[in-house]
Design a protein around this ligand. Structure first.
Ligand code: TRP
Length: 333
């Protein structure tokens, strides 16, 4: 039997090419070898996203984005967290096995408390219980589906370790393996995608290239990439240029080598280097953009795809909750 890979996708804002190369593409590759269960973590987003219009459009855009990028809902169970009531039932059960001290140590909570301290505010100002208990909900997401591996970025590793701690606390108490203990799969070799200013591409830096930017906008953004002041004739170091780093993501090896040689030879200015990047990026992203636009125009179909995913997910979820309730003595049969 194939092992199970599961990951949650928080629907916050539009997808950018950093998301694509850092998370979407590796997760889709993993789905070839694993039974994959990928879901939209809309209840996690609710902690920070209180505008209903924004919530609804983020959910739709992110779901459509993953489908456009190649997620096959026949092969991957693809659903919304909010469609699986057992997630919240399991969360409540796991709460009873989660020490408050463990939550006090969570990076996101600690960072919020520290920021408050620096401002001289109350330590818990602006911290809702959803943020404080975020790792328990995430543990429930994972444990509910008997996940073996959880592909995530480095920033999420602590959350996976907490899910392990919580599952182990349950198993230890009942002296049997009631819940599967998951493992993080951090993809180290995934390239850090540089943004327009050369720092890591990140929404919080405002340096992103949206994955589905219309062709004209894509071109404009590429032309805005910051460069040094080397002139056209000067030889350039491809490895020191974020234009080339981005180009590498889109071009096959032979084209990479050929363009690197042109950088080194001199005679190619930054404008032309950007033109090459735009061409390669648009060649890859053009078809993705078209699929995305097609999916976005048929809202009912998109909802149906997510609903079908939820229908496949629920029996799995129900079985885990049943097992746990039985172990706990809540259900005797
Ligand atoms: N916390 C994750 C993030 O911010 C999203 C997430 C929610 C998740 N539940 C999960 C990831 C379960 C992996 C497994 O990116």
């Amino acid at each position: 039997m194939k092992k199970i890979a599961l990951t949650g996708i928080k629907p916050t804002g539009i997808l950018h090419i950093g998301n694509y190369f850092g998370a979407i593409k590796p997760a889709l590759e993993l789905a070839r070898d694993y039974d994959a269960r990928y879901f939209i973590a809309d209840y996690h987003a609710l902690n920070t996203m209180k505008d209903p219009e924004e919530m609804a459009s983020c959910i739709r855009e992110v779901a459509a984005g993953w489908l456009a990028a190649g997620l096959d809902p026949e092969k991957v169970i693809f659903y919304r967290q909010s469609s699986i009531p057992e997630v919240f039932e399991l969360t409540s059960m796991l709460m009873a096995f989660t020490s408050k001290g463990l939550m006090n140590r969570a990076h996101a909570y600690k960072a919020a408390v520290q920021e408050n301290a620096e401002r001289g505010d109350d330590p818990d100002a602006g911290v809702n219980m959803g943020l404080f208990t975020y790792p328990v909900l995430m543990a429930a997401d994972i444990i509910l589906f008997d996940s073996d591996v959880v592909p995530v970025g480095k920033d999420q590793v602590q959350h996976i370790e907490m899910a392990q701690d919580i599952a182990q606390a349950v198993n230890f108490n009942y002296k049997k393996e009631v819940l599967k203990v998951p493992r993080a799969a951090v993809q180290d070799e995934v390239a850090v995608v540089p943004g327009l200013d050369g720092r890591k591409m990140s929404k919080s830096y405002g340096n992103v290239i949206p994955l589905f930017a219309p062709e004209k906008e894509l071109r404009k953004l590429v032309m805005r990439i910051v460069t040094n002041s080397q002139g056209v004739d000067e030889p350039k170091d491809p490895d020191a240029s974020q234009i080339y780093q981005l180009y590498k993501l889109f071009a096959p090896a032979e084209e990479q080598a050929a363009l690197a040689a042109r950088y080194r030879a001199g005679g190619m200015g930054w404008g032309e280097a950007k033109e090459e990047l735009f061409r390669a990026a648009n060649r890859t992203l053009g078809p993705l953009r078209e699929r995305f636009e097609a999916i976005m125009t048929d809202r009912e179909k998109l909802d149906a795809v997510l609903e079908q995913g939820a229908e496949k997910a629920r029996p799995i979820a129900a079985a885990t909750v049943r097992r746990f309730r039985k172990a706990a003595g809540i259900d005797r049969k």
